[in-house]
Design a protein around this ligand. Structure first.
Ligand code: FO1
Length: 316
């Protein structure tokens, strides 16, 4: 069985661990969001690719969900001593090795897809991890501060400002001019079905769908999504701040309606949101209510199994 997953963020990485456990003999391809990518101290950092790679490769900091376990920050402290570095974005010593290898390969002309393949050789995530594009895409956020508007990098908004300043616009800059990375369209077209994990629909799934060709390819497939919103709130992260920026309510039903039935065939909501099953706005989407909290591996595998069952039902 071939499954392709559009992924970004900690929720997606955790879901993938459950999917891998629930579908041991499946070929899983992950199309990772690169809109979160940022260059700091001359290093190219790819948070959503690294989060999948570290989580599935067994190196992630479990309490954070991103970055490496048992980290130290000597390099960052030394950078700060020079008045260099970025104090609001924690880059650990082990994590720096990933960014050094990646930046060296990019500088030598390797595309991001080749870099990701090389890094994954060490981590063996058990899935094929593809960046959505080899072209540069960076999500920027338009904010207004002291009466003037300015556009800042998503990471500055997310990490330094904790998304506390309203986002007037969120734009995956570069997406419109980007092309899908090698293997991306093929992974979608040859998949038995496509899954949208519990990722942030605006800044994680949105930029992937904004790369020309990808949403058209996804529309042609059976797609099952898992709601990142439970009981009117994001399970983690600040998707509510992102949804507000695009005028979408923070609810499981509103996110499904945002994706639309053109894209989404099935949608899993938590039992708290079972009203969405009969929501007339979702009449063309098969909505199922199941326990959606990913408490541990077994419960996450159960959610993945429910998604696989719904996809099989819809494909038939
Ligand atoms: N998130 C934070 O809230 N604070 C950080 O200092 C931080 C550093 C960081 C470094 C590397 C990396 O791969 C991810 C990092 N993240 C941090 C998480 C990151 O902002 C988010 O994971 C995604 O970009 C949004 O899903």
């Amino acid at each position: 069985m071939r499954i392709t997953v559009l992924a970004g963020g900690v929720g997606a990485a955790r879901f993938l661990r459950g999917l891998r456990a629930a579908a041991r003999d499946a070929e899983i391809t992950v199309i990772g969001n690169t809109g979160d990518d940022i260059t700091l101290s001359g290093m190219r950092v790819c948070p959503d690719l690294d989060t999948v790679m570290y989580t599935l490769g067994g190196g992630v900091s479990e309490e954070q969900g991103w970055g490496r376990a048992a980290e130290s920050f000597t390099v960052q402290q030394e950078l700060a001593a020079y008045g260099a570095g970025t104090d609001w974005f924690a880059l650990g010593d082990k994590d720096f090795a990933t960014h050094i290898v990646r930046t060296r390969m990019l500088t030598a002309g390797s595309p991001l897809s080749a870099v990701t393949e090389t890094l994954c050789r060490r981590w063996q995530p058990g899935v094929r991890l593809l960046p959505m594009s080899d072209d540069p895409v960076e999500t920027h956020v338009l904010i207004e501060e002291n009466g003037s508007r300015r556009s800042i990098h998503f990471q500055e908004w997310w990490v330094r400002l904790h998304a506390a300043v309203p986002a007037l616009e969120i734009t995956p800059t570069g997406a419109a001019a980007a092309t899908p990375a090698p293997g991306v369209l093929d992974a979608i077209s040859t998949a038995d079905f496509v899954l949208f994990p519990p990722s942030n629909p605006v800044v994680s799934i949105g930029p992937i769908l904004a790369v020309p060709g990808i949403s058209e390819a996804v529309r042609a497939k059976t797609v099952v999504g898992i709601s990142p919103i439970i009981g009117g709130a994001p399970v983690r992260g600040m998707a509510d701040a992102c949804l507000a920026a695009i005028g979408v309510q923070t609810s499981a039903a509103a996110v499904a309606a945002h994706y639309g039935s053109e894209l989404l065939d099935g949608w899993l909501v938590d039992e708290q949101d079972k009203a969405a099953v009969d929501d007339p706005e979702l009449a063309d989407i098969a909505v199922r209510a199941v326990p959606l909290y990913m408490r541990d591996l077994p419960s996450t595998a159960e959610i993945a199994r429910a998604a696989l069952d719904l996809a099989a039902e819809l494909r038939a």
